[in-house]
Design a protein around this ligand. Structure first.
Ligand SMILES: *Cc1c(COP(=O)(O)O)cnc(C)c1O
Length: 220
């Protein structure tokens, strides 16, 4: 199947309220342009340098999502153009995002990454920590940060019951955190689900899926 065919498949299969992030990490600009020419505009990358290079080379109406783990010293490179940072897993990052956002006079949309997997390899904060951040006065001082939702990655396993448990936990956490409205947090997005588990994620309440290999083919 070609990239446009794969996209068409996802667009017809996913419910209307679910946003598709086409994960183009490691893939060349030509592949992204195939998706772009088929009408797709939202792409996800996991490395700041690679995303910045692609941003510079490609059409400016692309919405770039940073889906990877972020180091605070790299934030300055993406703040001028990034449309959503999925992997915000600590207060220190929010502080730097706010600082860089102010420099560029841009409010930066962020998701709080919640650790839902049992594996130690996955990043994220606890639901308690997220709650603490949303309630804190420090956050209300960050005028250039806008918290739009949560993100999570399930354990890499064939055990569907385990994955379902983790996704359901993220949905419950989202529902709880959503009650904390403020000037710079308004939770609407649950980013969960990848090529292998997006159907389960959508069934558990995801409204943003991050699909790479099922659109662009396996990565090396
Ligand atoms: C690579 C990646 C994806 C996409 O993975 P596929 O299995 O190729 O769909 C989704 N989310 C994150 C955070 C990733 O790093």
């Amino acid at each position: 199947m070609t990239i446009p065919e794969n996209l068409k498949h996802f667009k017809s299969e996913l419910p209307e309220n679910v946003t598709l992030v086409a994960v183009s990490k490691t893939k060349p600009n030509e592949d992204i342009m195939e998706a772009y020419n088929a009408g797709h505009r939202i792409f996800g990358e996991n490395k700041v340098q690679e995303m910045t290079d692609k941003y510079e080379a490609l059409p400016k109406d692309i919405e770039w999502h940073m889906i990877g783990h972020v180091q605070s010293n790299k934030i300055k490179y993406m703040v001028p153009f990034v449309s959503l940072i999925h992997g915000v897993d600590r207060m220190k990052l929010l502080k730097e995002i706010n600082k860089q956002g102010e420099k560029h006079d841009r409010v930066i949309n962020c998701l709080l990454q919640i650790k839902i997997a049992e594996e130690d390899s996955k990043f994220g904060m606890t639901d308690k920590k997220a709650e603490e951040i949303l309630k804190s006065d420090t956050l209300s001082g960050f005028k250039f940060v806008n918290i739009k939702g949560v993100m999570g990655m399930a354990t890499f396993t064939d055990d569907e019951a385990q994955i379902k448990k983790e996704f359901s936990f993220l949905k419950t956490t989202f529902d709880k955190l959503k009650t904390y409205h403020s000037a710079n947090s308004n939770l609407e997005i649950i980013s969960m689900g990848m090529s292998g588990d997006y159907q389960l994620a959508v069934a558990c309440g995801s409204n943003m899926v991050r699909i790479g290999s099922s659109i662009f083919g396996e990565r090396d």
